[in-house]
Design a protein around this ligand. Structure first.
Ligand code: FEO
Length: 168
């Protein structure tokens, strides 16, 4: 059985994952509006991943005898300056999520809840990938430095990303 404090903390994290889904959809929509459909695809897939992260927590709370409580989702940023700005925001956002997962883990350790610690390990590992993925693309964008051919080539590369649901 989940403690009330962990139940509340995981519910708060569900809200953050759903906000992540929302902000990545907003980025996808902006990228579609400037014709970068590969990058749009990248963020649609990213949004799907965030939904999956939230659903994993939804199932975990239920399995541990807790109750999922959904709260209001903040409005995401609507306008962006450039793809570089988007990936900077996305990287910073992932760093914020990593910190938040770390705090959840701290609470699970404090409460000596081994099942929650084991569950959260998946997210700790996932966050390493999430930050690396945004950082790698940001580095490429900085190398390209706004040059059209490079941007289109990266856009094509990101258009190949697909959502592969993992087993829960
Ligand atoms: Fe669910 Fe991108 O962290």
């Amino acid at each position: 059985m989940l403690s009330k404090s962990l139940e509340q903390a995981i519910n708060t994290q569900i809200n953050k994952e759903l906000f992540s889904e929302y902000i990545y959809f907003s980025m996808a929509a902006y990228l579609a509006s400037i014709g970068l459909e590969g990058m749009e695809n990248f963020f649609i897939v990213q949004a799907q991943e965030e939904h999956f992260h939230a659903m994993k927590m939804y199932h975990f709370i239920n399995e541990r005898g807790g109750r999922v409580k959904l709260e209001q989702i903040d409005k995401p940023q609507f306008d962006f300056e450039s793809p570089i700005e988007i990936f900077e925001i996305a990287l910073n956002h992932e760093k914020f999520i990593s910190k938040s997962i770390g705090e959840l883990m701290d609470l699970a350790i404090k409460e000596n809840d081994h099942a929650t610690k084991s569950f959260l390990n998946w997210y700790v590992d996932e966050q390493v990938e999430e930050e690396d993925s945004m950082d790698t693309i940001l580095n490429k964008l900085n190398l390209i430095n706004g040059q059209g051919q490079g941007l289109l080539s990266l856009d094509k590369e990101l258009g190949a990303r697909t959502f592969i649901p993992e087993e829960e």
